[in-house]
Design a protein around this ligand. Sequence first.
Ligand code: 2NL
Length: 349
Amino acid sequence: MDFPALKAHLSAIQTEAETKLQDIADTKALNEWRVLYLGKKSEMTGLSKQMGQLEASEKPQFGQSLNQVRQALEAKWNDKREALAAAEQSARLMAETIDVTLPGRRANFGAMHPISKVIREIEDVFLGMGFLIADGPEVETDKYNFEMLNLPKDHPARDMQDTFYITEELLMRTHTSPMQVRTMERLAPQVPVKVLVPGRVYRRDEDDATHSHAFTQIEGLVVGEGIRMSDLKGTLEQFARALFGEHQQVRLRPSFFPFTEPSAEVDLICVQCQGEGCRVCKQTGWIEILGSGMVHPRVLDMAGYDSSRYTGFAFGMGAERVAMLKYGIPDIRQFYQNDLRLLSQFATI
Ligand code: 2NL
C-alpha cells in the first residue's frame, strides 16, 4: 500500500472506531472495543508495521498521523470510561435509595398469659392487705407436703390426693401449703403471719374440662392472736369484690380438710346470672370458688405456734378456676395449649 492508501485506511479505522464507541453502554463492551481498536492485534498496530514500505520522507508524517489517531481514540475511550462509571454509580445510588417515608414494620408483642394475669391481680389484692408473697420448690418432702399438715402416713385422707411420688420421701407437691408451713417455722413465734403462696401443684388426676394433673394453686394463711372465722370471711369478701366486682358477696358452706377445723367451701354469686339461677350455677345462684378453714391446732403447734394462744385461717384456690370464671373460658386445657387465638385476647397493647 502506498502512502495515500495507508492514510485512507487509518482514517477509515478512526471513523469506524468512533462510530462504534458511541453505541457502547457498558464496561464490558468498552473493554472489548479497546482491545479491538487499540490492542496489540488491532488493525492500527498492523498499519504501523506496514510503515516500512513507505518512502523515508513519508515515514515521520505517517508516524505522526498514527500517534494522533491513537491519542484521539484513547482520549475518547477515557471520556467514555468516565461517563460509564458515573452512570453506573448513579444507577447504584438510585437502587440503594431508602424511602424514609415508608411506614415501619410492626413488631410482634407478646401478651401476658391469663393465668399470670390472675396471679398478679390476686397478689395485688393481698399485698394491699399486708400479706407477703412466698414461693418454693415443686419437688417436696413427705414431711412438708403431708406430715406437717396433719396428714400422717396412715391417714386415710392421704387417699384424697393421689400423689406423684419420686421416692418414698420425695414427691411433686400436691398443694402450696409446704411453703406456708416453712413461713410459719421461719417467723415463729412472731405474729401476725400473713402470707400468700402461688405456684404449680401436681395431682394424679385424669385431665378433663375442669381437672388438670398440673395446675396453679394460690393459698393464703393468716396466724395471730384472736383471728376468727369472720376475719376469713371479710378477707375473702375483699378478694371477691376486687376480682369479680363491688356487688360480690361470699357464702360459706361446711366442708372438710385435714389441715383446717372447722373447714368451709366459699361460694361467689354466680358470675354468669348474678344469682338468678342458670346452667353454670345449677340453678343455685352460687358458684364454688375456693376451700378454706381455721388452721387446725395441730398444724399450728407443729409449725411453732402455741395453739392455746394463737389461731389462724387458711384458704386455697385454683388460679385456673378463677380465670375460667373471670374470662368465661370453658375448658381448663385451653390454658396449656398456648393457642395464640386465645392468648392474644389478653394483650394489653
Ligand atoms: C383447695 C383448698 C385449702 C388450705 C388449703 C392450709 C395451709 C396451711 C394450714 C391450713 Cl399451712 N390450711 N391450706 C386450707 C383449706 C383449703 O385449699 O381447694 N385448694 C385448691
